[in-house]
Write a protein that binds this ligand. Structure first.
Ligand SMILES: [Fe+2]
Ligand SMILES: [Fe+2]
Length: 212
């Protein structure tokens, strides 16, 4: 009997189970959605724009889950694997907050999320094979890209939608902390193809989830 084969199947089933949970089950946050004043009722055009931006942010958090899980799977450094799994757990709050705000706005999540999950998982799994300092550098780069993307969305939202704004401000603050922590633990600059693949995926995701 081939024990190794069984363990690979177990691993694969475990990963499929996590993917299904992220993609189909409502995310449960450990913390409340960041509080914000209700503000004036949104105009139709603003609501549409808020839905599109929050859909992109939700997809970003789906991708973050996949990136961390992919890296946790392939990293041979148990400390990095544990850090990845913890990061994925903390990011679940972000996923849940975006999902809840989309519901409040009567919007929907992106139909492309399974694609983003698969692509991000593959990139994370590749990064996990590249060693501790690259793995941590990968986290730092992910968080840096997410932070800059969130700042762009905050500028586009303006003051018209305080509830979405409060969520994005809290997420920005936490992504900065995640990034700084990874860098301080020894994260190094990424090999060019990995950074490039991440930027390309992020650009495709932003465009695709905004419309679809
Ligand atoms: Fe996040
Ligand atoms: Fe983060």
């Amino acid at each position: 009997m081939d024990i190794r084969r069984f363990s690979l199947i177990d691993l694969a089933l475990g990963e499929i189970d996590k993917a299904i949970k992220v993609l189909s089950a409502p995310a449960r946050s450990a913390r409340e959605v960041p509080a914000a004043p209700e503000g004036a009722a949104l105009q139709a055009a603003q609501r549409t724009e808020s839905v599109r931006l929050m859909r992109v942010n939700h997809s970003g958090e789906v991708a973050a889950q996949a990136l961390y899980q992919g890296q946790a799977l392939t990293s041979r450094d148990s400390a990095v694997s544990a850090a990845m799994r913890l990061a994925a757990t903390e990011e679940i709050d972000h996923l849940a907050w975006c999902e809840q705000r989309l519901r409040e706005l009567r919007g929907r999540t992106s139909v492309l999320n399974p694609l983003w999950y698969a692509g991000s998982f593959a990139i994370g799994a590749l990064a996990g094979t590249l060693g501790r300092s690259t793995g941590l550098g990968f986290v730092a780069e992910t968080e840096r890209q997410v932070e800059s993307h969130l700042r762009g969305h905050l500028a586009r939202l303006g003051e018209a939608d305080p509830r979405s704004r409060a969520i994005l401000e809290q997420m920005t603050h936490e992504e900065m902390q995640h990034g700084a922590q990874a860098a301080s633990l020894g994260g190094q600059e990424l090999p060019f193809p990995v950074g490039m693949a991440m930027r390309l995926t992020a650009r495709l995701m932003t465009l695709g989830s905004y419309w679809l």
